[in-house]
Design a protein around this ligand. Structure first.
Ligand code: ZN
Ligand code: ZN
Length: 329
């Protein structure tokens, strides 16, 4: 390897990635080339790895959840979402809804590499006591934080979470920190439910298993807020079963883009159906503050080396392996 090269985990074709030498990134305007220290594998990376994300074109370095180090040894969490900085949505503090938005590991090289170029404005100092792997979960936590901020349930809210993957587990943690009086979560996968046991008050493998606890905490009305971290027909309908009249369903999962949901029920029950895409810079900063203040239990996170990347991505894409994997570099 020459000085101007680095090692990267490059996605080359559906279900295939290789470790390869790549040219060192060159910083664009307002950007810094930083060294990646820890980077998490997101569900959206796996979606891309399977070849199901039309926006990700191989060959591509995936990855967008990272803690990085600059040339002075200072550590930062990366906000990987890049708005145009000129439109009304960006002006309003919502670059996550910018029509020209970009994302590391999607339309530009990502963080599964030794180095990456990132806009300086997207680097948030990592508080000194926060471990690298924990810091790398900030991005995943920012989405449920955004869901809570958008739905803004009352302080003693009854919250249900659908799906106990990384986003769902972190949604449980965020809802508790929000002050929810009850957090109930379910997933069809018993292994994931076991992890949720430590982050939620009530867990189950079906919506029906949550019903009794939700009713008991809400005079039989249902959840004030349901966070759907799955996003398929079955979970949309489960969310509508669990939410109370006038309550909010926050859709953060993108399991299916199109499907059927009973809109008449949404109308008659006055349910707010809130799409939540990623997070604003304010949500991201709030997530970092939350993770630095009260870290979630992390029994569901495993670390790996970038060398393990080709095999690990294939394993995760098959639905095997840890709930969450984070590369340490
Ligand atoms: Zn992510
Ligand atoms: Zn914009």
């Amino acid at each position: 390897m020459t000085a101007a090269e680095m090692t990267a985990l490059v996605w080359t074709a559906p279900y295939e990635a290789v470790l390869a030498q790549r040219a060192m990134p060159v910083a664009g305007d307002g950007e810094a080339v930083v060294r990646v220290r820890a980077t998490g594998v997101c569900g959206s990376d796996l979606h891309g790895f399977r070849g199901h994300s039309p926006l990700r074109v191989a060959p591509l370095v995936l990855g967008h959840e990272a803690v990085v180090e600059d040339e002075h040894g200072a550590l930062f969490v990366v906000n990987p979402l890049v708005g145009c900085g000129r439109c009304r949505m960006c002006d309003a503090g919502q670059p996550n809804l910018c029509p020209q938005r970009g994302l590391l590991g999607l339309d530009r090289p990502g963080t599964f590499a030794e180095h990456v170029s990132v806009p300086r404005a997207n680097l948030l100092p990592l508080p000194a006591h926060v471990p690298l792997v924990l810091g790398a979960l900030t991005e995943a936590l920012a989405t449920p934080v955004a869901a809570l901020a958008a739905a803004a349930p009352g302080p003693d809210a009854v919250v249900a979470v659908i799906g106990c993957g990384p986003i769902g587990l972190l949604a449980c943690h965020a809802a508790r920190r929000w002050g929810a009086s009850l957090v109930a979560a379910y997933d069809l996968d018993e292994r994931r439910v076991a992890h949720a046991q430590r982050l939620a008050d009530v867990v189950g493998t079906s919506p029906a298993e949550l019903r009794g606890a939700l009713d008991g905490a809400s005079d039989g009305l249902g959840a004030d807020l349901v966070i759907d971290a799955v996003g398929i027909e079955a979970s949309w309908n489960a969310a509508l079963e669990l939410v109370r009249p006038g309550g909010t369903v926050a859709e953060v999962g993108l399991g299916a883009a199109i499907g059927e949901a009973p809109v008449g029920h949404i109308v008659r029950q006055g349910i707010r159906w809130q799409g939540v895409y990623a997070y604003t810079p304010a949500d991201f900063a709030a997530a970092l503050e939350l993770i630095a203040g009260v870290p979630p239990e992390l029994g569901w996170v495993e670390t790996a080396r970038l060398d393990d990347g080709p095999a690990l991505l294939a394993e995760l894409a098959r639905g095997a392996g840890p709930v969450k994997a984070v590369f340490e570099l």
